[in-house]
Design a protein around this ligand. Structure first.
Ligand code: ARG
Length: 613
């Protein structure tokens, strides 16, 4: 139990009181303790009396009085009495000042109250780029939300394995591989192939296999009907030939043909080097070792399908092989009628490896909400087949789709460039950093160019990340540079700036020869000090809740509230110019603890921080 958490402590006391007052309902009643919305009445309140009243058939205020009569708040809160009952039966509680100080002192240790949990193994599926394609805004979310969920679990002492399920296998990849081989044959393949060029060739290969781009050319060139039909038939035949060729290349790739394989590797390297550069720039802990692409499961797909069929889990349907799942209308397709495997087949193999080989107790998929049905199906099939159960375990591991919504443009439509293309992630980051640079130039002209460069980079990235993470992930949100880059309000730059301000306070103290004593007694007298103290105490529980619910926005909201509480405290309570040395030392300690909680929280979110700005 987190002993520094007042809600936890008060809940226990109320639970005991309820059990004593109403032995027939026992201990299992939720005492519904929460922070008070009216600080003048109390710090916390219990709302248990209202629902309990219905159960025992009594008046809620009577019930509240009965709970109070049996409550022992010694050592935590001020004694409860008639005046503690408010409205229909709320019970207001005020923490005892010495208890508040004790809790704060307990929090002020290196781990900030976050003692490790019983460690589990967590696989986080994140990023998931596709070969020969640029990372776009969808991958931004998969990358940063995934990395933050990974960090949250790491902070709680779990073993976390990040995995990027790279889309690096299948017919589309074979199409572009075939295209590149053809260019190489003609001596037209550039030595310095970059991802932009690769992406262009990818689109071209796709269009050729579909006959699209030639068809458009012809429609523009030829008017007459009969002539057009003949031309289009020729194009279709040509496209079919391209497709047939791509299929042959796929077979060659699958059977390990050296030349084809080498070309595939080149496509892989070009894509991944750019992707990993972006991941590093985004301050996420995703490197080469975290890539576990679809290709790594290629050998296992046949076996998975065989296994499902032989155990009667999968059934033939129009030549294809499907698994029907109770409660889900659409069956899960695991083998096409042409013998090809699917996205779902690969994900089944992935679950099996993650749970049974890597030992995952929890697998979290940070993937677009539009893939919800896919994950519902795959999770259900995996559970049915036992792939989600660790060897020797009686229960399946937890499989979670941490789904996220769409990033929208200011017009409320999915965020696209003017010409309707996906926005390239690296362009977006450049733009954020360039805008941050202008703000930094204005505010901190006295700093060197290099310093302003690195501050702008951190501020721009923090702005984008915070704007994303601070929204409930399941919701769509509107992308706005102006809003996310503001130095005031619920933004990344504001949080970074709050930390900078506290740090500069300590530099100032040092310059003035004011010593900081990390063990100075904490004295809480002003309401703003108390509000800050109560906010600090909520940190450990917030991190836990964000990890458990896979909701980074809870931690964002908390850090913003902490900074607001700090800002009010700092406005109203003199720190360096406090009345006396004791008060100054106590307040410096509060500032120091705030900075540590804030820095820790920003680190858990994966936001870069700066010393000055
Ligand atoms: N490559 C996929 C996409 O771009 C994302 C992969 C998600 N992970 C998974 N295990 N299916 O949509």
């Amino acid at each position: 139990m987190d002993t520094y958490d007042p809600i936890e402590l008060l809940s226990n006391r109320f639970r005991q009181a309820i059990a004593r007052a109403y032995p027939e309902v026992g201990q299992e009643v939720d005492p519904l303790v929460s922070a008070s919305r009216q600080p003048q009445l109390g710090d916390f309140q219990s709302n248990a009396a209202m629902s309990l009243a219905k159960r025992v058939g009594a008046n809620p205020r009577e019930v509240a009085r009965a709970i109070i009569a049996h409550a022992d708040m010694s050592g935590i809160a001020e004694p409860l009495n008639e005046q503690s009952v408010a409205g229909p039966g709320f019970i207001n509680v005020r923490l005892a000042p010495d208890a508040l100080v004790r809790l704060l002192e307990a929090l002020d240790e290196p781990a900030l109250g976050l003692r490790p949990d019983e460690p589990m193994t967590v696989v986080v599926d994140l990023c998931g780029v596709n070969l020969a394609k640029q990372m776009h805004v969808g991958h931004l979310r998969a990358t940063i939300i995934g990395d933050t969920i990974a960090r949250l679990h790491e902070r709680l002492g779990h073993k976390v394995i990040r995995q990027s399920h790279v889309g690096d296998w299948g017919l589309p990849i074979a199409m572009v591989t075939a295209k590149l081989l053809e260019l190489e044959d003609r001596g037209e393949l550039s030595e310095s192939l970059d991802l932009d060029e690769l992406n262009r060739l990818y689109k071209q290969a796709q269009a050729e296999c579909a006959g699209e781009h030639r068809a458009m050319e012809v429609i523009q060139r030829v008017g007459g009907h009969a002539k057009l039909e003949a031309e289009l038939a020729a194009i279709n035949a040509e496209a079919d030939e391209h497709l047939a060729h791509a299929r042959r290349v796929l077979v060659a790739l699958q059977s390990g043909d050296q030349r084809v394989r080498a070309m595939w590797q080149r496509i892989y390297d070009v894509t991944m080097s750019e992707c990993l550069r972006t991941c590093a720039r985004l301050h996420t802990l995703i490197t080469d070792e975290h890539s576990a692409g679809e290709s790594t499961y290629a050998e296992e797909l046949g076996q998975v399908v065989e296994d499902l069929a032989s155990r009667g889990i999968a059934h033939e349907s129009d030549g294809a092989l499907v698994v029907r799942i109770e409660g889900i209308d659409e069956p899960c397709l695991v083998r096409k009628s042409d013998g090809g495997y699917l996205y779902a087949t690969t994900d089944l193999a992935a679950i099996r490896r993650r749970v049974q080989q890597l030992g995952a107790d929890l697998v979290v998929y940070c993937v677009d909400a539009r893939q919800s049905l896919h994950f519902k199906q795959v999770f259900a099939v995996a559970r049915l087949a036992g792939y989600a159960t660790k060897p020797g375990a009686s229960q399946p591991s937890r499989l979670e789709h941490a789904a996220f919504g769409t990033i929208l443009g200011e017009d409320n439509r999915p965020f696209k460039t003017r010409s309707g293309e996906n926005v390239k992630l690296s362009d977006l980051l450049d733009e954020a950093v360039a805008r941050a640079r202008r703000a930094v130039d204005e505010r901190s002209a006295e700093l060197s160019r290099e310093e302003r460069d690195s501050i702008a980079e951190a501020v721009g990235i923090a702005a984008i990340k915070y704007a994303d993470l601070s929204n409930d992930r399941i919701k769509d949100y509107v992308f706005s540079f102006d809003r996310m880059l503001a130095f005031e309000g619920d933004t990344g730059p504001y949080l970074l700036y709050a930390l900078v301000r506290i740090r500069s306070l300590f530099r100032k103290a040092e310059a003035e020869g004011i010593a900081f004593d990390p063990h100075a007694p904490i004295i809480i007298t002003e309401p703003e000090e108390k509000a800050l103290a109560l906010a600090l105490l909520r940190y450990p529980k917030t991190v836990r809740a964000a990890a458990e619910t896979l909701q980074p926005h809870r931690l964002c909201g908390y850090l913003y509230e902490l900074c607001s509480a700090y800002s009010t405290f700092y406005d109203r309570c003199h720190v360096l110019k406090a009345d006396d040395a004791e008060q100054r030392c106590s307040r410096l300690r509060l500032c120091h603890l705030t900075a540590r909680v804030l820095a820790d929280g920003l680190d858990v979110l994966g936001l870069p921080t700066v010393e000055r700005m």
